[in-house]
Write a protein that binds this ligand. Structure first.
Ligand SMILES: [Zn+2]
Length: 149
């Protein structure tokens, strides 16, 4: 990393410390030329791709929405919270590993269906037909609400 004072290209890490809350790593560096010290912070890059709805609107990815759709689909089914959390984590991992800045909401819907299929066949079959025609979890929720009524 370049020295912010003199622009010299050679700086060395003299101290590395984890922040108290563990959210980032703090490094003290020293310039090999002017010997001034400066601090850098290192954070994990966990930016989810924006979710693009059918009408072209971009919305922020929200874990709560994903969780809500799983909970709705698996209502009264013998699937534990841990299993649902695991499914959500697998989906999030995929979203991060895609390395894209945007993802169609229908693609997330497919990922949800794939996880549902593994978790509970009844929930999958029950909801697959309706889910397939959905655009995103918002639509999913409204249809499920309707079914329940
Ligand atoms: Zn320097």
């Amino acid at each position: 990393m370049k020295c912010p004072f003199c622009g010299h290209g050679d700086t060395q890490v003299v101290e590395t410390r984890m922040a108290e809350d563990g959210d980032f790593i703090r490094r003290r560096r020293q310039c090999a030329s002017c010997e001034k010290r400066f601090t850098t912070y290192e954070r994990p890059d966990v930016t989810f791709p924006a979710v693009v709805k059918k009408d072209g609107r971009r919305i922020e990815y929200e874990r709560a929405k994903l969780l809500a759709s799983f909970n709705l689909a698996l209502r009264k089914r013998p699937v534990s919270t841990e299993q649902i959390d695991g499914a959500v984590e697998r989906i999030e991992e995929k979203l991060l590993n895609l390395g894209v800045r945007e993802i169609p909401s229908s693609r997330i819907g497919e990922l949800v269906m794939r996880e549902l299929k593994k978790l509970d066949k009844v929930a999958y079959v029950r909801f697959a037909s309706v889910y397939r025609s959905f655009e995103d979890v918002d639509d999913f929720k409204s249809v499920v609400d309707e079914i329940r009524r």
